[in-house]
Design a protein around this ligand. Structure first.
Ligand SMILES: CC(=O)[C@@H](O)[C@H](O)C[C@H](N)C(=O)O
Ligand SMILES: O=CC(=O)COP(=O)(O)O
Length: 270
């Protein structure tokens, strides 16, 4: 009984424990880029294509509900822009109550582990998990390794930093965690093994259909629970077909090549 609401809402944003989420909160970060301008059509296409849930900022909620075909809905609670003073400094854009008013099944918070803004973001994530759990609302932590305090050539994909980020999410009380893919299944296994939370991967900047599906396959083989894939899907020339291809890997355990062929994407130039 105690967890009934939380479990019911987790079911609304997943299928049999697997998650294919399409975040479309980038309108604050990047502006009204392709795929987000007519967000209604994109939401319709990706939810028909097999997305379990979509995610936006609360102000977009009226454009989400009529088009989401009964998929789940998450409201994201912080943001920054790429033209502002500091992209890693995500500030509050909403509250748990506002998300509930907007019809959310879950909320999410972005934390840049290793940035100068990490302390406030950890505090905000913790506050949100405490309030959200009072309402039986799940919290997704978008836990990235990003910022001036990280070392190495590619710290944003370093499995040690990523493992630290996903563990931090669990320690702060999140119910699931999204992070970047480390680039191969072996190293991502150590990221997934750093927490008991379901781990889902971000898409990042689009890298082409084949490479994307290989990455999703690698993450699933490493024990990930799915994806939160934004630009790769909503900026695709055919967001519905790309969602179907990702869904084949996430939900149906398809090999990447089969997912590509069956979605029809393999026949066209990327
Ligand atoms: C545009 C980006 O770099 C993304 O990785 C964002 O940080 C992720 C997020 N969805 C956002 O737009 O804030
Ligand atoms: O909210 C943003 C994400 O979850 C990831 O977005 P991306 O465009 O796939 O990196």
């Amino acid at each position: 009984m105690e967890h009934a609401g939380l479990d019911a809402r987790l079911d609304r944003i997943s299928t049999d424990g697997r998650v294919l989420m399409v975040p479309m909160d980038h309108g604050i970060t990047l502006g009204a880029v392709d795929g987000l301008r007519d967000i209604e059509s994109t939401i319709d296409a990706v939810t028909r294509g097999g997305a379990d849930a979509v995610l936006t900022q609360k102000g977009i909620a009226p454009r989400v509900h009529p088009n989401k075909n009964d998929a789940g809905y998450l409201v994201h609670l912080n943001a920054s822009t790429v033209v502002g003073p500091e992209a890693n400094d995500k500030r509050r854009t909403g509250t748990v109550k506002a998300a509930i008013r907007a019809g959310a099944d879950a909320v999410s918070v972005h934390v840049n582990v290793g940035s100068d803004y990490e302390p406030e973001q950890v505090e905000f994530l913790t506050d949100v998990t405490e309030t959200a759990s009072d309402y039986g609302l799940p919290t997704l932590a978008m836990a990235y390794a990003r910022g001036a305090n990280l070392e190495g050539d590619d710290p944003e994909h370093d499995p040690e930093y990523l493992g630290h980020a996903v563990r931090l999410a669990e320690e702060c009380g999140a119910d699931l965690v999204k992070t970047a893919y480390s680039g191969d299944a072996d190293s991502f296994e150590s990221v997934v093994g750093s927490t008991r939370l379901p781990v889902i991967i971000a898409g990042g900047s689009p890298v082409g259909d084949e490479a994307t599906l290989d990455a999703v396959r690698g993450a699933m083989d490493a024990g990930a629970a799915g994806v939160s894939m934004g630009r790769t899907i909503f900026q695709h020339r055919d967001p519905g077909a790309m969602t179907r291809a990702v869904s084949a890997v996430v939900h149906d355990d398809a090999p990447a090549a089969d997912a590509l062929a069956e979605s029809g994407l393999g026949e066209e130039a990327e």
